[in-house]
Design a protein around this ligand. Sequence first.
Ligand SMILES: Nc1ncnc2c1ncn2[C@@H]1O[C@H](COP(=O)(O)OP(=O)(O)O[C@H]2O[C@H](CO)[C@@H](O)[C@H](O)[C@H]2O)[C@@H](O)[C@H]1O
Length: 491
Amino acid sequence: MYIVQIASECAPVIKAGGLGDVVYGLSRELEIRGHGVELILPKYDCMRYDHIWGLHEAYRDLMVPWFDGAIRCNVDCGWVHGRLCFFIEPLSEDNFFNRGCYYGCLDDHLRFAFFSKAALEFLLVTNKRPDVIHCHDWQTGLVPVMLFEIYKYHGMENQRVSYTIHNFKHQGVAGANVLWATGLNNEPYYFTEDRLMDNTHPTAINFMKGGIVYSNFVNTVSPHHAWEARFTEVGCGLGKTLYDHQHKFGGVLNGIDYEVWNPVVDRYIPYHYSSDDLKSKTLNKKALRERLWLNHSDKPIICYIGRLDDQKGVHLVHHAIYYALHKKAQFVLLGAATEPGINSWFWHEKNHLNTNPDCHIELGFNEELSHLIYAGADMIVVPSNYEPCGLTQMIGLKYGTVPIVRGVGGLVNTVFDWDYDENKPQEERNGFVFYQTDNGAIESAIDRAIDLWYKSPKLFRQLMIQGMECDYSWNHPGAQYVGIYDHIRHK
Ligand SMILES: Nc1ncnc2c1ncn2[C@@H]1O[C@H](COP(=O)(O)OP(=O)(O)O[C@H]2O[C@H](CO)[C@@H](O)[C@H](O)[C@H]2O)[C@@H](O)[C@H]1O
C-alpha cells in the first residue's frame, strides 16, 4: 500500500509531545511491513534541522488557493532517520511557520487549515495518489473534509482517510472565515449538526468534528480511551458525534519505537543494559546524578517527564515531588508548560528547591536528557487527569523504570498493579495504579512502590524485569493499522 501521513509533528525533527513519536514510529513500522510511506509536514523555522538528511527542493511555486487568491509555497524534501518527509513552506506575509514555535499562536486555526489545504494541493499537482491518507489530531481534521468536498472532483476520488485523535481537548474551534479561506465556501451547508458545526458553539466550526464526520475510519490511541471519549466528559463535547459514527470508530493502542526507546541500543545513554544485566542501569543512575548534581545516596529516584498542563495532573505531580522527598526518595522532573500560570508555579518550585541535593527540576524540552532520566530513574509517576494513551509509562517500562500511574485512558491498558490487579497473574503485573485525584491516592501508591524498593529489593527487581519484558512495540498496533487501511480501501 502507498500511505501518506499528514501531520503537524514527526519526531525527532518536530516534536512537542507524543504525537511526534507516534507519527514517526508508525511510519517506520509500516515501512518494515513493506508499505510505501511518505510524510507531509509544515516547514517550521524552529524544527530540528540536524535530524534531516539530504534536505533539498522538491517542488517550487506550489500555488495554494487561499481566500480570494493563492499563497505560493515551496516544498522541500529530506529523510528523517530514514523516513521520506515533505516540508511545506508558505511564502507569504502571514509567516505561518516562522514563529519560533509549533503551536500557541492566535491564528493557529488558519495556520493548520492552510497546511492541510497545501498538503492536498501538493498531492494533487504532483500526481501522488496514495491508497490511504492518515491524518492526526485537530490540525489536519480538515483534510478529509476538503478531500471529499473538493479534491475528489479533481482526480482524487480513490483516496481514503484514516484519522487518529491523540487528544480530544484541542479540537480546532474556529469561525466561518476558515471556510472561506479553504474554498469550503458554502456556509449553510457546513454549519449543520451532522457536518462541521461545533456541538457547543453553534456559530463556530470544529476541525476535529470534521475529521470524524468525513474520514473513512477514526480512532483514538487506546481501547479504554475510546470508551471514555464516547461515554464520559473526556470526549469534550464530541461524544455524540462519536456515537453517531461508532461504526467507524475504535481504539488502537500506541506502540513505542524500540529502535529509539530501548536501553539496549539507546544512543543518548552512557551505559546500555537489558533485563539480563541491570547493573548498568545503576551506572546510568550514577551518571544522571552527576549530570543533575544530585546526592549520591542509596535512595530511589522518582521522575516525571512530560508536558506540564492540566491534563497531566500537575497538582499531583507537584505533590509527588514533596512527598517523595519526605519519603526518602529523590525526585527529577523534566517538563515544559505552555500555560503561564503553571509555568510560573513550577519556576517558583524550581527556585525554591534549587539547592536541595535530592531534587532537580528541569523546565524546558530536552529530548537527550529525557533518555538519561528514563534510564537512570527507578520509578516514573504519571498521575494524569486523563490520558488517551500515554507513552512515558511505556517507555519507563522498557527502561525498567517502574510506573506509578492513575488508572485512566491508555494507562489502564498498559499498567497492571503489582498488589491488586485482579485480571493479571502476579508474573504479568508491572507497576502501581491509583484511581482518585486526591493527594492521599498518589501517596499510597508511592508508599507501596518505595516500600517494595527498600524492603524487598528482589521483588522490586522482579517487577522491573516484568515491565521490561512487556511488548509495547509497534508490531501489534502496526498490524491493526494495516487492517484498518485494508478495510477502508476495499469499502
Ligand atoms: N520536556 C520534555 N523534554 C523532553 N521530552 C519530553 C518532554 N515532555 C514530554 N516529552 C516526551 O514527549 C512524549 C510525551 O508522550 P505523552 O504520551 O505524554 O504525549 P502527549 O500527552 O504529549 O500526547 C498525546 O498523544 C500521545 C500520542 O498518541 C498520547 O500517548 C497521549 O496520551 C496524548 O496526550 C514522550 O516521548 C516524552 O518523553
